[in-house]
Ligand binder design. Structure first.
Ligand code: IPM
Ligand code: MN
Length: 365
């Protein structure tokens, strides 16, 4: 993770959005672990819960309003479980909660590490932790997600639907700059790969490619620049994941390749992410969905949600606490859990949280 400085004796105000399905259950485990690590490292924090759920929407018609956004802007971080309720038409909560927050809080980076921890099963044969260790920097406020487009002659045989990918020089540039900085600070192979589709989407990816090389050449001569088409990237994730250090890509491609990334790192149960506004309020969430069929069964793996707390601490500047948390997770993953898959962990959701909290308290600082 990229390290930032901690201001002294700070109290963190954290907004908590459990959300739908198994969201509240995994968030509860993350908060249990936060409590343990905060106790150990004297971190002062307060929590405030927000009820942005499908259930509330069905009762009141309310999602995230502009007043809510203003209130959330006053927090240090937002900790989110999951959105998506099978009783609500697809798209409504996704747009009204998750995308609303990403856009309104201008969280222009979606940072998604793809790390295979020791002893975790990967479907990719012959690859281990040495080969699967990279980070995807996904642009998070533009591209196909902006909602530009519309219908013509809707419902008729001549119907036309357009969905436009919007790429601004400013939006592309701030994302690229973040990715270059991240690659520099990560200090592994110092290689940044632009993942796009320059061979077909010749306007959008021409802009990305020009900006990528201009910025890289001028300001980051020490970073090796690579390019890979998104379709080929899917192949390389499986065939040669060790080729990647840091990847930067647009919103839609980033969404797609990080599901594949999650699978090669052991599944949705372990993949964490951060929606970052480096100048504002960031929001951390496991990248898997609300997994409604597991709600209340104690089967869902909270590890991704716990690792989101690790990202949150790290970004807030609590790097020692973040490191301890990661070490505790690795200990539990490698020594205690049978699998990262829901229902096959060899323990329940709450037991995973208990184990990580215990490991934090017993690990040397
Ligand atoms: C993700 C999710 C979201 C996305 C959905 C739920 C809107 O798939 O965070 O990857 O498409 O960004
Ligand atoms: Mn996704």
């Amino acid at each position: 993770m990229v390290k930032t400085k901690k201001s002294p004796a700070k109290k963190y105000n954290i907004a908590v959005i459990g959300g739908d399905g198994t969201g509240p259950e995994v968030v509860a485990e993350g908060l249990k672990v936060l409590k343990a690590v905060a106790q150990k490292h004297n971190i002062d924090y307060s929590l405030k819960e927000f009820d942005f759920t499908g259930k509330r929407y069905l009762k009141t018609g309310k999602l995230v309003g502009d007043k809510d956004v203003e209130e959330l802007k006053t927090f240090d971080s937002i900790y989110l479980g999951a959105v998506g309720d099978p009783e609500v038409k697809p798209g409504i909560i996704e747009h009204g909660v998750l995308l609303k927050l990403r856009f309104a809080l201008d969280q222009y980076i979606n940072l998604r590490p793809v790390i295979l921890y020791p002893n975790v099963w990967t479907p990719v044969r012959d690859k281990g932790p040495e080969q699967i260790d990279f980070v995807v920097v996904r642009e998070n406020t533009e591209g196909l997600y902006v909602g530009t487009g519309g219908y013509l002659k809707k419902g008729s045989q001549d119907e036309v639907a357009t969905q436009v990918s919007v790429n601004t020089r400013k939006g592309v540039e701030r994302c690229l700059r973040y990715a270059f900085e991240y690659t520099k600070k990560r200090n592994k192979r110092k290689q940044l790969t632009l993942v796009g589709k320059t061979n077909v989407l010749t306007y959008a990816w021409d802009l990305w490619e020009r900006a990528f090389h201009e910025i890289g050449q001028k300001d980051y001569p020490g970073i090796k620049r690579e390019y890979s088409h998104v379709d080929a990237t899917c192949m390389w994730f499986v065939k040669n994941p060790e080729w990647f250090d840091v990847i930067v890509t647009d919103n839609m491609f980033g969404d797609i390749i990080t599901d594949l990334g999650a699978v090669i790192q052991g599944g949705m149960g372990i993949a964490a992410g951060g929606n970052l506004n480096p100048e504002g309020v960031s929001m951390y969430e496991p990248i898997g969905g609300s997994a409604p069929k597991y709600t209340g069964t104690g089967k869902i793996n909270p590890m991704a949600s716990i690792m989101s707390v690790q990202m949150m601490l790290d970004q807030m500047g609590e790097t020692t606490a973040a490191d301890i948390l990661e070490r505790a997770c690795v200990e539990v993953i490698t020594k205690k859990m049978k699998s990262m898959a829901a229902g096959r962990m060899g323990m329940t959701t709450t037991e995973v949280g208990d184990c990580v909290a215990d490991a934090i308290l017993s690990l040397p600082a």
